[in-house]
Design a protein around this ligand. Structure first.
Ligand code: DGT
Ligand code: CA
Ligand code: CA
Ligand code: ZN
Length: 586
């Protein structure tokens, strides 16, 4: 089977990470990283290039990387990767997951202290050895220790994008096999939860195919350990340390099993209760009548052919998987057929993106063209403001230069008949007192301002609230950016009363973004009920620092659905003119 673009990219990325841990030359590291990025974003099939032997035609793929890829295609192994796997101890690779410990310092600690496991690292932090290394110090050592503690605490879960990178290849390796009648990823993954414990795959197949399906599953290239294998269920651990369960049921049972294993447990409890109230028993095998003792009568099944059928039997409209959390979905779908929840295809433009003016990796033109290629109609560019010096925040002069460049690009686009516009935005830091980062006369010149906190996230709750209230009330603020500043599984966000801020934002006709970066997904979907009650507008913002980052919008859409945002309450489902109207209505 030919290698996919993603598979090749992930091998190259692995090389670049291992190179860093081996203390390899920085330029080589960057070369592999760039090649990985390019191949990931490539429209054509990498395999066509491999067949034609013209990989070097791809920008960013040099001769030696091309040779590595040809070798991989021919032998199934990439020599450079194998070489670095030999060189770098296995335990050391885990260090890459410690936030605040970059590969450079990882290499230094490993090299100078001669250690390579996390356990050893903890010891060397505790006995002060790490702190005494040049360029590290006590503060860094403490920070690393804290990160390790967090990592160990949260190891049991992973982010949505990480789960996707595991679930999709396994799903794809199973879906076309003989005997597969239906297949879905269930569990928290199907519900679009922001973090995932284990991945649950469900297949409908006849008995004679089950053995082979489990055989393929347990031998998947990502699997490092088979945790169990029975008649209808098998569990494995992948090389990322994630557990994947595969369950195989009959076609008849499939809808009930899918509903059961999609969960959530809380949703299932209410569903079973509703069934009982209607004289039925609901479980993972199906829907059955209750006998005179009130027990489930497995000889008296109630027919259904889909999840929708089951909901209908319980006097409900179909509840989208993202909403199955027992957070008000029963009251809604008892009455209403649909919430018109936002969908991927509804998104018409990209708001919140960075360029090389601050800490983005691509020029304004490159970002705009990437948006056009994806079919978007506008780009709301928001580089960092002046206080964010660490992120290349823009001085007033740079802003004026940027405005000129945007005007020129917009003229060029409209002149050539392109339906595309760039909005002049800024991601203004919210200063400690809640004010924005420029004088009014400068703020006035932007089409819109996203206000976000990047420093002093840990102020006491009431001070933080006052800061946020001021930012929301500021007439120039059109969107509040990643309100808590959390990084999922790494760092808690600010301590805030978000219900109050949601109501305040609605009152001031200010949007609160759903930052679609899979590390953030902030504002949390759990405040969606309040947002719906007060009519708060959101905007699904990728906060893109690269072209690939634009595609994070997909994660934001799932979270928006989970937060019950209809298309009508998502700013970037609107046309460019309508978005401009919203910006002006301050
Ligand atoms: P996770 O894996 O922690 O991110 O969350 P889930 O929701 O995927 O949970 P998991 O993998 O333990 O189970 C998958 C689904 O199976 C769960 O959402 C509901 C259903 N389920 C599992 N165990 C039970 C149970 O004891 N009672 C009920 N009602 N449902 C269960
Ligand atoms: Ca699960
Ligand atoms: Ca599970
Ligand atoms: Zn940003």
């Amino acid at each position: 089977m030919p290698f996919t673009n993603d598979e090749i990219a992930s091998k190259l990325r692995e090389v670049s990470q291992l190179m860093q841990l081996a203390g390899e030359n920085r330029f080589k590291v960057i070369a592999f990283d760039r090649a990985a990025q390019t191949i990931e974003g490539l429209q054509e099939n990498i395999d066509d290039y491999i067949q034609e032997k013209n990989l070097t035609d791809i920008k960013g793929v040099g001769k030696s990387i091309a040779e590595d890829i040809y070798a991989l295609a021919e032998t199934g192994k990439m020599p450079v990767l194998e070489a670095f796997k030999e060189k770098v101890p296995e335990g050391l690779v885990q260090w890459l997951n410690i936030s605040g410990l970059g590969p450079k310092n990882a290499y230094k600690i490993h090299n100078e202290l001669g250690i390579s496991t996390i356990e050893e690292l903890k010891e060397k932090i505790e006995d002060g050895s790490v702190a005494s290394l040049s360029g590290l110090g006590k503060k860094s050592a403490e920070k690393i220790m804290k990160s390790i503690e967090w990592m160990e605490k949260f190891n049991e879960r992973c982010r949505m994008d990480e789960a996707q990178a595991i679930a999709i290849p396994i799903f794809n390796s199973l879906k076309d096999l003989e005997g597969v009648q239906k297949i879905e990823v269930a569990g928290s993954y199907r519900r679009g939860l922001e973090t995932i414990g284990d991945i649950d795959i469900l297949i409908a197949a006849e008995k004679q195919f089950i053995d082979n399906l489990f055989e393929v599953f347990t031998n998947h290239e990502r699997v490092t350990e088979v945790l169990g294998r029975g008649d209808t269920k098998s569990s494995v651990r992948t090389k990322e340390g994630r557990q994947v369960d595969l369950r195989i049921v009959s076609l008849k049972e499939f809808p009930a099993a899918l509903m059961y294993f999609t969960g959530s447990k809380e949703h299932n409890v209410v569903m079973r209760q509703r069934a009982r109230e209607r004289g039925m028993g609901l479980n993972e095998y199906g829907l059955f009548k209750l006998n005179s003792e009130g027990d489930t009568d497995f000889d008296a099944p109630v027919e259904f052919s889909s999840e929708s059928d089951i909901y209908e039997k319980l006097d409900l409209h179909f509840v989208p998987p993202e909403l199955r959390e027992d957070r008000g979905e029963f009251e809604i779908y008892d009455q209403q057929e649909s919430l018109d929840l936002v969908m991927d295809d509804d998104i018409r433009g990209v708001i919140h993106a960075h360029s090389t003016y601050s800490d983005g990796k691509y020029s304004i033109r490159e970002m705009a063209e990437a948006c056009m290629e994806r079919g978007y109609e506008y780009l709301g560019l928001t580089d960092h403001s002046q206080t964010a010096a660490y992120a290349g925040g823009l001085s007033v002069d740079e802003i004026k230069k940027q405005w000129k460049e945007i005007d020129q690009l917009n003229e060029e686009y409209s002149g050539s008949g392109k339906n595309f516009v760039i909005f002049k935005g800024i991601e203004s830091d919210i200063l400690a007192d809640g004010s924005l980062d420029y004088e009014d006369e400068i703020l006035e010149g932007f089409d819109f301002v996203i206000a976000s906190v990047h420093q002093s996230l840990n102020m006491p709750r009431e001070e933080m609230m006052e800061r946020m209230r001021n930012a929301i009330k500021n007439p120039y603020t059109r969107i509040l950016g990643h309100p808590t500043g959390r990084l999922l599984l790494k760092r808690n966000g600010s301590d805030l009363d978000l219900n109050e801020l949601v109501a305040l934002a609605a009152e001031h006709n200010t949007a609160i973004e759903i930052n679609a970066n899979p590390y953030r997904l902030d504002i949390d979907w759990r405040f969606g009920n309040k947002a719906r009650e007060v009519g708060m507008i959101t905007s699904i913002n990728p906060d893109a620092h690269t072209i690939e980052g634009i595609d994070d919008i997909q994660y934001g859409v799932r979270i928006a659905r989970k937060g019950k945002y209809g298309k009508d309450r998502v700013l970037n489902t609107r046309s460019a003119d309508e978005v401009m109207d919203f910006f002006k209505a301050r």
